[in-house]
Design a protein around this ligand. Structure first.
Ligand code: E4P
Length: 225
């Protein structure tokens, strides 16, 4: 287990402000991840609106908020990432897993800018990102499952590799689709799971809890009628 791991963190994987507020109000939210597709889904387009939306999210949640660059060349990633980092102290620059991205992560790491290396689908990619000093790496569980690979196995493999050394890079399990993904991530010691609100809320469900509560309330009503 990662020695710096104090407790598992829950991030919400959305750009929807109402969902972010709802998760934050539960008192268990540690941060937020977004990506260009999630921003587009909320109808947030145009640079000014996108940047304002990141600040709006930062004003709701007191924790890391991943904002993804759209440049794919080293200079562009650095320029964009350095600007994103000025928006709010909690911004984490999300950088794609490409060689120019790795080079940029090394640059950000030297400057103390936090990064999330996204689109991780193999242990080799996770190793490279940790070598560059990424703050987080995002293995995409659901998308691996979608192609009949095993996303959870990848989390275990990365945990094993990171535990062999003193990398500070945190495993941020992404593309989480359901509560079992979250539980499997916890079993394997993922530092963070970023989840849809629905998957977080589903952790609370159990039919025996529902029926047990129903009985308790009915018995209380009988005794007090
Ligand atoms: C978050 O960092 C990722 O971009 C996100 O979890 C991807 O999820 P998806 O595979 O459901 O689109």
């Amino acid at each position: 287990m990662n020695p710096i791991l104090l407790h598992m963190k829950f991030f919400i994987d959305t750009a929807n402000l109402a969902e972010i507020k709802e998760a934050n109000n539960l008192g268990i939210l540690d941060g937020v991840t977004t990506n260009p597709s999630l921003m587009a889904k909320e109808g947030i387009t145009g640079e000014v609106n996108i940047l304002k939306h990141y600040v709006d999210i930062c004003n709701i949640v007191d924790g890391p908020v991943s904002a993804e660059v759209i440049s794919t060349d080293y200079k562009g990633i650095v320029r964009e990432g350095e600007y994103l980092a000025t928006l709010h102290k909690n911004i984490v620059v999300k950088v794609p897993m490409i060689l120019d991205g790795i080079k940029a992560i090394k640059h950000f790491s030297k400057k103390g800018i936090k990064t999330n290396c996204t689109l991780i689908f193999s242990a080799g990619q996770a190793l490279l990102a940790a070598k560059a000093g990424a703050t987080y790496i995002s293995p995409f569980l659901g998308r691996l499952d979608d192609i009949s690979a095993n996303g959870i196995d990848l989390v275990g493999q990365i945990r094993h590799i990171y535990n062999n050394y003193t990398f500070d890079t945190q495993i941020l399990a992404a593309s989480v689709r359901h509560p079992m993904h979250i539980i499997n991530c916890a079993e394997l010691g993922a530092d963070v799971a970023t989840c849809p609100l629905k998957a977080i809320k589903a952790l609370a469900n159990h039919p025996l809890t529902s029926s047990g509560l129903e009985t308790f309330l009915a018995d209380h009503a009988k005794g007090n009628s």
